[in-house]
Design a protein around this ligand. Structure first.
Ligand code: PAF
Length: 286
């Protein structure tokens, strides 16, 4: 695996490689890698000639300084994992290399950014768009891989690619869960043992609600989630929403969407976890 820290160096090297290969698959990450990231790399490997990964904890996408300061960093472990799991080229720049000056670009994603993560984490998606645009310009991938755990981010990145006419295919990849159902996340390592034992309830409650959707209205499903959720004092709910998975707009009746999805964001102390689940059913109630 080749490792680059400088933009010029990786661009020169990929420029030469591009003469010999057809496709570059790109997996951008913020490090603290887990099996979810490795599943993206595995998919990228099967669909491309080479796989490029990046590790960059992007300061401009954090709306909370403590979350940024405490974001897990384990570069040596990550580099060893990437070497073993099919990454051909790693880009691991410093903040100064990526942002010699504070970036001030401003993006607009309309209704996609005004709900859920967008309303609870102001500026977050603008920061994601800034870094993803820059990484796409540096790496020039043919395909880029993003997990559905950050479902709203995936939709924003698809919108970014359309807005900027990037010739890049965005490949959505399914959520990878621990054996007990907890969605894999770099932030899971920050949970205490007790919190980690309770955290799979997020999955269990989402699953219960999604199943309940077959016989309940949207309002009843939401009420059920909030009631069951409040039995756990360890959780603080940011939001539970049922929204159309394309427009991301909340729905009030099953008739409002052909493809509804349930979304939740939860704090356990200062660790924020998100999860989502597609709702498949023939609804008995509207
Ligand atoms: O999902 C992430 O890890 C980050 O938001 C991303 C896409 C690497 C941008 O920093």
């Amino acid at each position: 695996m080749q490792i680059f820290t400088q933009i010029n160096d990786i661009q020169t090297s990929l420029g030469f490689l591009k003469k010999e290969i057809h496709t570059i698959g790109f997996v951008p990450t913020m490090g603290a890698l887990h099996a979810g990231h490795l599943s993206l790399i595995e998919k990228a490997q099967t669909e491309n000639d080479i796989v490029v990964c990046s590790i960059f904890v992007n300061p401009v996408q954090f709306n909370n300084k403590e979350d940024f300061d405490k974001y897990p960093v384990q570069d040596d472990v990550d580099i060893a994992l990437l070497k073993k799991n099919g990454c051909d080229v790693l880009f691991i720049p410093s903040v100064k290399e990526m942002y010699p000056e504070t970036p001030n670009e401003s993006f607009s994603f309309g209704q996609l950014e005004n709900v859920m993560e967008g309303s609870f984490r102001p500026g977050h998606f603008n920061g994601v768009a800034i870094v993803v645009k820059k990484l796409f310009e540096i790496i020039k991938p043919d395909k880029a891989y993003f997990g559905e755990k950050d479902f709203q981010q995936l939709m924003i990145i698809q919108a970014l690619v359309r807005q900027l006419n990037f010739d890049i295919e965005i490949v959505p990849c399914p959520i990878i869960r621990e054996a007990d159902g907890l969605a894999m996340s770099s932030r899971n390592v920050r949970l205490t043992l007790h919190q980690r034992a309770i955290a799979p309830q997020i999955y269990a409650l989402l699953k219960h609600c999604v199943e309940h959707a077959a016989i309940a209205s949207v309002a009843e499903v939401k009420e059920e989630f909030i009631t069951k959720f409040s039995a756990f004092p360890e959780f603080k709910l940011d939001y539970f929403e049922i929204a159309d998975e394309n427009s991301l707009q909340p729905i009030s009746s099953w008739k409002d969407s052909k493809s509804p999805r349930a979304f939740a964001a939860i704090f356990m102390d200062n660790v924020r976890l998100i999860d989502n689940m597609k709702i498949f059913c023939n609804f008995a109630k509207s």
